[in-house]
Design a protein around this ligand. Structure first.
Ligand code: F0G
Length: 459
């Protein structure tokens, strides 16, 4: 029997119109935005793939949870529902709500970080790295070698290199490593999953050295679904069971609920260590709020609790992973270079191979980002030398390791015809790629320049 089309596992009850613009209008809008789509009004974007963070569509049950939220300052019933949901998932004893992922990171690293400390990860997400470096500590990426090759396919390109971790611990000294982290899925490395056996091996090395293992668990459900699909022995387990097993190896977790809890705002810190939890809660009171709301409204806690139940449903995850894969495979079939295989939450176009004649200092990724907007009203984001480039002492650009364009897919927001349209636009831009000559920067801020930089097209 021929397999049937995988359909969106929901009906649409409430719709939000999107605004169509002409190419001429978009040309003007992009000039006004300094050729930086971060500066566009979202209203002028047809399909917005800037991020999958905080952009999910909530379910009718989440919206009814919003009405049901208990806004008591202390001990709200919504907190206890939230605590139970996070505890059921992570098995951890101390559950601390925060307003988003980086708030959990800030509290954690403020307490365990500091000069002379080292934090290994498969690949730190930017906010994690920033929160670590802000304390004077060092953030180190120990990604497995295959994860650094966009064109090579492998099942678990998000894994940590365990041998490198062992050497790293020997070199830096276990006493200088307050914790080791695994980012699941590995966002900065292309949304690639980490295998259960890698989590287990990393845990074993950490345990031998008395180093706690933490998960940066934003996309835990997508990671668990990849394990179910790709790792022997997990086919018959439920996604929740797999996720619970992943967390069972960890001593703590940070979470941006804006991803796999299907909400627009929220996060948490989950811990097993009582003393650390006490310190974190004290810090939480200073920066976020009382420990039973942590910078969130009671209604947000309800929505997170409900979202954590919905995100592990297999029809949802099948649709989620397959629709991203569908996009990726159609692009590969058309010859468009992407990070392979397709990741969980996003497709990353490899701008180096897409525009081999545009060198990093002419920002090939930015060229593609701008052209996708002009051609089809699509907003994507450059993850390359605009975002990560640095200058040497002669103001010569030190390029990023990769030149990528991320197309992050919001959860439960777009349907297959949106994706088909997107594919048509990308292929059109690919066919006309000879016309893309790169950009130069005309203004940049001293830090995090990608958000506010202004550009001019070359040639
Ligand atoms: N960790 C990872 C792996 C992330 O992808 C993010 C956010 C965070 C931590 C921080 O969470 O935004 O709630 O404070 N990633 C978003 C993105 C911003 O577009 O990839 P936050």
């Amino acid at each position: 029997m021929k397999p049937k089309t995988i359909i969106e596992p929901f009906k649409i009850k409430s719709v939000e119109p999107i605004r169509f613009t002409t190419r001429e209008e978009r040309e003007k809008l992009l000039i006004n935005a300094g050729y930086n789509p971060f500066m566009l009004h979202a209203d002028d974007v047809l399909i917005d793939l800037l991020t999958d963070s905080g952009t999910s569509a909530m379910s009718s049950k989440q919206w009814s949870g919003i009405m049901d939220g208990d806004e008591s300052y202390a001990g709200s019933k919504s907190f206890y529902r939230f605590e139970k949901a996070v505890n059921n998932l992570t098995g951890m004893k101390y559950i601390i709500p925060t307003h988003q992922g980086r708030a959990a990171e800030k509290i954690l690293f403020f307490i365990v970080g500091g000069a002379g400390k080292y934090f290994p990860n498969n690949t730190h997400f930017d906010t994690t790295r920033a929160n670590i470096e802000f304390t004077g500590a060092e953030a180190n990426d120990l990604l497995t070698e295959i994860g650094k090759h966009p064109e090579k396919r492998a099942n678990f390109k998000g894994n940590m290199d365990v041998e490198k971790l062992k050497d790293f611990i020997k070199e830096k000294g276990a006493e200088n490593i307050p914790l080791c982290m695994l980012t699941i899925t590995n966002n900065s490395g292309g949304g690639q999953p980490v295998s259960m056996s890698n989590i287990e091996e990393v845990k074993e090395v950490c345990k031998q050295n008395n180093i706690p293992l933490f998960l940066d668990s934003c996309r835990f459900a997508e990671n668990a679904y990849f394990i179910k699909m790709r790792e022997p022995g997990y086919q018959d387990k439920s996604v929740l069971e797999i996720a619970q097993e992943m967390f069972s190896y960890a001593d703590g977790a940070t979470m941006s609920a804006k991803k796999d809890a299907l909400v627009n705002i929220g996060g948490f810190l989950a811990l097993n260590d009582e003393e650390l939890a006490m310190k974190c809660r004290n810090m939480l009171i200073v920066t976020e709020g009382f420990p039973t709301y942590g910078g969130l409204a009671g209604r947000d806690l309800e929505a997170v609790a409900q979202g954590l139940e919905e995100v592990v449903e297999e029809h949802y995850l099948q649709y989620r992973i397959k629709s991203v894969e569908y996009l990726g495979n159609r692009l590969v079939d058309a010859g468009v270079p992407i990070i392979e295989p397709p990741g969980g939450h996003a497709i990353y176009i490899d701008a180096k191979r897409f525009l081999p004649d545009v060198p990093p200092d002419k920002y090939p990724g930015q060229s593609i980002v701008c052209e996708l907007y002009l051609e089809g009203g699509i907003r994507s984001v450059e993850i390359g030398s605009v975002m990560f480039g640095k200058y040497d002492k002669n103001r010569k650009l030190i390029p990023a390791m990769m030149e990528l364009v991320r197309l992050a897919i919001p959860r439960r927001v777009y349907t297959q015809s949106h994706i088909d349209y997107l594919i048509e636009v990308i292929i059109e831009v690919f066919h006309n790629r000879k016309n893309l000559k790169g950009y130069k920067i005309t203004y940049e801020a001293p830090i995090l320049r990608h958000f506010t930089a202004r550009f001019e097209p070359l040639g």
